[in-house]
Design a protein around this ligand. Structure first.
Ligand SMILES: Cc1cc2nc3c(=O)[nH]c(=O)nc-3n(C[C@H](O)[C@H](O)[C@H](O)COP(=O)(O)O)c2cc1C
Length: 206
């Protein structure tokens, strides 16, 4: 292979970001709702998002810089991850606009709230699933403008629209998840295949 060999310290943060976000793909989008100490409800997409632990159940998202979502979870210790679908993509994107902190994206964009069961931040009513979370901790990678802060949240409640649930899990063919790719690229899910994991004892000769 003819590879580019790149050192982050040489190419700089902007170029490194482009390689990270165009190669770590597809990324699911956590549509994170939070409430400030003053009671303003916020919702914003975060694709630096994954499962951190299954037991206890913990998820994480990263704030690049100090955004309203991060400040709200620092103040109140709670957030909700709402599921982002293809059908909701334009609305999800609209919530990435840098509204002033005192303006709620729910109100500015006419997004219907649904009360959460355990935490204070509301769920997004049109989203088919939500994880209600209580902050477990933070890991910050500096205090410069684009420094990342990872927010860990223990999942204290799971809400799923009944029609997308079957046999104790979500039905991928009905969820239509949307993903973030590199730059302004977004993607939908492709063909779904199934593979069973093979125990070592099933291998010939083992
Ligand atoms: C699909 C998508 C994914 C994003 N992922 C992140 C992310 O992981 N971390 C982040 O800080 N910003 C991310 N952003 C940008 C934020 O959503 C944007 O800065 C937003 O205004 C933050 O809102 P807030 O200040 O109300 O928290 C993303 C934007 C889009 C459209």
């Amino acid at each position: 292979m003819n590879r580019l060999e790149l050192e982050p310290t040489e190419i700089g943060p902007a170029a490194t970001y482009s390689w990270l976000t165009s190669l770590i793909v597809p990324r699911p989008i956590a549509w994170v709702s939070t409430t400030s100490a003053d009671g303003v409800d916020n919702v914003a997409p975060h694709s630096f998002f994954t499962v951190s632990s299954e037991d206890p159940p913990v998820v994480q998202f990263t704030s690049v810089g100090r955004k309203d979502s991060l400040r709200n979870v620092e103040e109140t210790g709670e957030f909700v991850v709402n599921f982002a679908t293809e059908e909701l993509a334009d609305l999800v994107n609209a919530t990435a606009t840098d509204y002033p902190r005192e303006i709620s994206e729910f109100d500015a964009l006419g997004i219907l709230r649904e009360p959460s069961v355990v935490v204070r931040p509301p769920r997004v009513a049109v989203s088919p699933a939500a994880f209600e979370c209580v902050v477990e901790g933070f890991r910050s990678f500096g205090d410069h403008a684009r420094a990342g802060t990872v927010v860990f949240g223990r999942v204290v409640h799971i809400a799923v629209e009944e029609s997308v649930a079957r046999e104790g899990r979500a039905r991928i063919e009905l969820l239509h998840p949307i993903a973030r790719l590199g730059g302004a690229e977004w993607g939908a899910i492709g063909e779904i295949s199934r593979r069973r994991r093979v125990p070592y004892t099933d291998l010939a000769g083992a």
